[in-house]
Ligand binder design. Structure first.
Ligand code: SF4
Length: 320
């Protein structure tokens, strides 16, 4: 696989104006994602990970910063260009039940993007493609005329994957795609997604609150806390040698059989979560961090490389 950069976020910010003040949902996020790779984006609910995904796809306008896709600046693209980009950039949502129209059959749901983008001229060509997509995602053809409520969660998510693949995208944002599913079904969908990545050379951003889910699927993992990047490195290193106190706390919350980060006591996070609305100066994790020093409440730690390809924002690892 090439080392071509497919997606680049450069100091990306997404703020929301609320009655209480400016909510910093995504705050200065920068990374580069190579073609064919998977970036896991992890953090608790409300850390901005889904907002980041939606901002990258243009579903939400960014507040600051730049997004480059295959070298093209897509930060403020026009509607017409967005339609073209939509073929290349897709999303799979968390809850297959609420993201699929209950009034549409499996056939109609998978066919819809083909109709919107007018990729196939005839009905027969579209039918052939729908059958092909159902086969790719492991959905038996007997389900073609069924409706989402007649299927279990795993099959519904296979429809979501088929729909996302319909236009032959190069890049897919997977937003908590398995969190609504039973653990046994989760593994099936994750395996399907990994196989598709290999076979089709797809590039993923895989968003989840559950670190154990992204361990095997991700090349790199980015940990977000209240909109800020706190740690980023390759998946193996993050599990073997996490540096940021927040990452350590997330890892220690995973049941032991699932992780290689062993021999550590479970770290319970105490303290109030800092508000993302007009957040105060200093480290956003300070109120919950067992290692916090006075400086942590006054100065924001820089996100910087502390060893090769291992980035952290924490005063414990700063040189100043
Ligand atoms: Fe904890 Fe301070 Fe590091 Fe923030 S900067 S994670 S408060 S030690």
């Amino acid at each position: 696989m090439s080392n071509k950069i497919l997606l680049e976020c450069d100091h990306l910010k997404k703020y929301f104006d609320t009655p209480q003040g400016m909510l910093h949902a995504v705050d200065d996020v920068s990374f580069r994602l190579e073609e064919g790779k998977t970036l896991g984006v992890v953090g608790e609910s409300g850390c901005g990970k889904s907002t980041l995904g939606r901002t990258i796809l243009g579903l939400l306008p960014s507040s600051e910063g730049r997004i480059l896709f295959d070298g093209e600046d897509i930060t403020h693209v026009k509607k017409h260009d967005m339609l073209r980009l939509r073929r290349e950039m897709q999303i799979i949502f968390q809850d297959p039940f609420s993201s699929l129209d209950p009034k549409m059959s499996v056939y109609q749901i998978i066919e819809e993007p083909l109709k919107i983008h007018k990729i196939y001229k005839s009905k027969e060509e579209r039918a052939k493609r729908v059958a092909e997509l159902m086969d790719i995602v492991g959905l038996d053809e007997r389900y073609v005329n069924t409706y989402p409520h007649e299927l279990d969660g795993g099959r519904r998510q296979r429809i979501g994957v088929a729909r996302a693949l319909a236009l032959n995208p190069r890049f897919i944002i997977c937003d908590e795609p398995v969190s609504a599913l039973d653990v046994s079904i989760q593994a099936q969908i994750l395996n399907l997604m990994m196989d598709l990545k290999e076979e089709m050379g797809l590039t993923y951003i895989f968003i989840t609150h559950d670190l154990s889910v992204v361990k095997h699927i991700s090349d790199d993992i980015l940990v977000l806390y209240l909109g800020k990047m706190v740690e980023m490195t390759d998946s193996d290193r993050l599990f073997e040698n996490p540096l940021h106190p927040y990452t350590k706390a997330l890892l220690s919350a995973i049941p032991i059989p699932d992780i290689s980060y062993k021999g550590k006591e479970a770290e319970v996070m105490t303290g109030e979560v800092t508000s993302p609305v007009e957040p105060p100066e200093g480290c956003r994790f300070a109120a919950r961090c067992p290692m916090a020093q006075e400086r942590c409440f006054q100065v924001s730690p820089e996100f910087h490389e502390v060893e090769e390809h291992h980035f952290v924002a924490c005063h414990l690892y700063s040189n100043e």
